[in-house]
Ligand binder design. Sequence first.
Ligand SMILES: [Zn+2]
Ligand SMILES: [Zn+2]
Ligand SMILES: [Zn+2]
Length: 136
Amino acid sequence: MKRNTWQREAVRAALDDAGGFVSAQGLHGALHASGSPIGLATVYRALADLAQEGDADSLQSPEGESLYRACSTADHHHHLICRNCGLTVEIEADAVETWARSVAAENGFTQAAHVVDVFGLCAACTAAAATLREPS
Ligand SMILES: [Zn+2]
Ligand SMILES: [Zn+2]
Ligand SMILES: [Zn+2]
Protein backbone atom coordinates (compact mmCIF):
# COMPACT_ATOMS: atom_id res chain seq x y z
CA MET A 1 0.00 0.00 0.00
CA LYS A 2 1.26 3.45 -0.85
CA ARG A 3 1.84 5.93 1.91
CA ASN A 4 0.50 9.24 0.71
CA THR A 5 1.53 11.67 3.36
CA TRP A 6 1.60 15.41 2.78
CA GLN A 7 5.38 15.31 2.98
CA ARG A 8 5.50 12.85 0.16
CA GLU A 9 3.08 14.86 -1.96
CA ALA A 10 5.15 18.00 -1.33
CA VAL A 11 8.32 16.20 -2.41
CA ARG A 12 6.57 14.81 -5.47
CA ALA A 13 5.31 18.27 -6.47
CA ALA A 14 8.72 19.87 -5.93
CA LEU A 15 10.28 17.17 -8.08
CA ASP A 16 7.81 17.93 -10.87
CA ASP A 17 8.66 21.63 -10.62
CA ALA A 18 12.39 20.99 -10.67
CA GLY A 19 12.30 19.64 -14.21
CA GLY A 20 15.76 18.12 -14.27
CA PHE A 21 17.63 15.87 -11.87
CA VAL A 22 18.03 17.25 -8.36
CA SER A 23 19.68 16.05 -5.18
CA ALA A 24 17.77 15.58 -1.94
CA GLN A 25 19.55 18.64 -0.56
CA GLY A 26 18.68 20.71 -3.60
CA LEU A 27 15.03 19.72 -3.34
CA HIS A 28 15.01 20.36 0.39
CA GLY A 29 16.39 23.84 -0.29
CA ALA A 30 13.66 24.54 -2.84
CA LEU A 31 10.94 23.31 -0.45
CA HIS A 32 12.30 25.49 2.34
CA ALA A 33 12.45 28.51 0.05
CA SER A 34 8.75 28.01 -0.69
CA GLY A 35 7.99 27.93 3.04
CA SER A 36 7.68 24.20 3.65
CA PRO A 37 8.80 23.02 7.11
CA ILE A 38 9.72 19.58 5.76
CA GLY A 39 12.93 18.06 7.14
CA LEU A 40 15.90 16.88 5.09
CA ALA A 41 15.63 13.30 6.39
CA THR A 42 11.98 13.21 5.28
CA VAL A 43 12.95 14.43 1.82
CA TYR A 44 15.58 11.67 1.57
CA ARG A 45 13.03 9.04 2.62
CA ALA A 46 10.29 10.31 0.31
CA LEU A 47 12.67 10.37 -2.67
CA ALA A 48 13.86 6.83 -1.94
CA ASP A 49 10.21 5.67 -1.73
CA LEU A 50 9.25 7.41 -4.99
CA ALA A 51 12.25 5.89 -6.76
CA GLN A 52 11.55 2.42 -5.43
CA GLU A 53 7.94 2.55 -6.59
CA GLY A 54 8.91 3.79 -10.04
CA ASP A 55 7.43 7.27 -9.55
CA ALA A 56 10.85 8.86 -9.90
CA ASP A 57 14.09 8.07 -11.69
CA SER A 58 17.24 8.01 -9.64
CA LEU A 59 20.86 8.00 -10.71
CA GLN A 60 24.32 8.69 -9.38
CA SER A 61 26.09 11.81 -10.52
CA PRO A 62 29.77 11.42 -11.53
CA GLU A 63 30.51 12.86 -8.06
CA GLY A 64 28.60 9.99 -6.45
CA GLU A 65 25.59 12.03 -5.37
CA SER A 66 22.10 10.51 -5.70
CA LEU A 67 19.92 12.55 -8.03
CA TYR A 68 16.18 12.23 -8.62
CA ARG A 69 13.72 13.26 -11.28
CA ALA A 70 10.02 12.82 -11.99
CA CYS A 71 10.26 11.30 -15.44
CA SER A 72 7.71 11.60 -18.20
CA THR A 73 7.53 7.85 -18.63
CA ALA A 74 7.90 4.86 -16.36
CA ASP A 75 9.20 2.80 -19.28
CA HIS A 76 12.88 1.95 -19.34
CA HIS A 77 14.90 4.78 -20.80
CA HIS A 78 18.19 6.61 -20.54
CA HIS A 79 19.19 10.22 -19.96
CA LEU A 80 21.49 12.85 -21.34
CA ILE A 81 22.21 15.27 -18.50
CA CYS A 82 23.95 18.63 -18.69
CA ARG A 83 26.36 18.82 -15.77
CA ASN A 84 26.26 22.61 -15.88
CA CYS A 85 22.56 23.54 -16.02
CA GLY A 86 20.91 20.19 -15.30
CA LEU A 87 19.01 20.02 -18.59
CA THR A 88 17.85 16.44 -19.03
CA VAL A 89 16.88 14.73 -22.26
CA GLU A 90 15.21 11.33 -22.10
CA ILE A 91 16.57 9.04 -24.77
CA GLU A 92 16.04 5.55 -26.05
CA ALA A 93 19.18 3.59 -26.74
CA ASP A 94 18.38 0.53 -28.81
CA ALA A 95 22.08 -0.21 -29.36
CA VAL A 96 22.59 -0.29 -25.58
CA GLU A 97 19.59 -2.61 -25.07
CA THR A 98 20.90 -5.02 -27.69
CA TRP A 99 24.45 -4.92 -26.35
CA ALA A 100 23.34 -5.37 -22.70
CA ARG A 101 21.15 -8.36 -23.58
CA SER A 102 23.81 -10.10 -25.64
CA VAL A 103 26.69 -9.53 -23.24
CA ALA A 104 24.53 -10.84 -20.37
CA ALA A 105 23.49 -13.90 -22.39
CA GLU A 106 27.07 -14.61 -23.42
CA ASN A 107 28.02 -14.78 -19.76
CA GLY A 108 25.01 -16.83 -18.73
CA PHE A 109 23.27 -13.99 -16.91
CA THR A 110 19.47 -13.76 -16.78
CA GLN A 111 17.18 -10.95 -15.58
CA ALA A 112 19.88 -8.45 -16.51
CA ALA A 113 19.16 -4.78 -15.89
CA HIS A 114 21.30 -1.74 -16.51
CA VAL A 115 21.51 1.97 -15.85
CA VAL A 116 23.16 4.11 -18.51
CA ASP A 117 23.13 7.89 -18.26
CA VAL A 118 25.33 10.27 -20.18
CA PHE A 119 26.64 13.45 -18.54
CA GLY A 120 28.00 16.32 -20.60
CA LEU A 121 27.49 19.94 -21.58
CA CYS A 122 24.27 20.75 -23.45
CA ALA A 123 24.32 22.78 -26.68
CA ALA A 124 23.47 26.05 -24.91
CA CYS A 125 26.13 25.58 -22.24
CA THR A 126 28.68 24.55 -24.87
CA ALA A 127 27.92 27.73 -26.83
CA ALA A 128 28.13 29.85 -23.66
CA ALA A 129 31.48 28.28 -22.74
CA ALA A 130 32.80 28.95 -26.27
CA THR A 131 31.73 32.59 -26.04
CA LEU A 132 33.55 32.95 -22.72
CA ARG A 133 36.76 31.58 -24.18
CA GLU A 134 36.72 33.78 -27.28
CA PRO A 135 38.51 37.09 -26.88
CA SER A 136 36.12 39.64 -28.36
ZN1 LIG B 1 13.84 9.63 -17.17
ZN1 LIG C 1 23.41 23.04 -19.98
ZN1 LIG D 1 18.52 0.58 -21.52
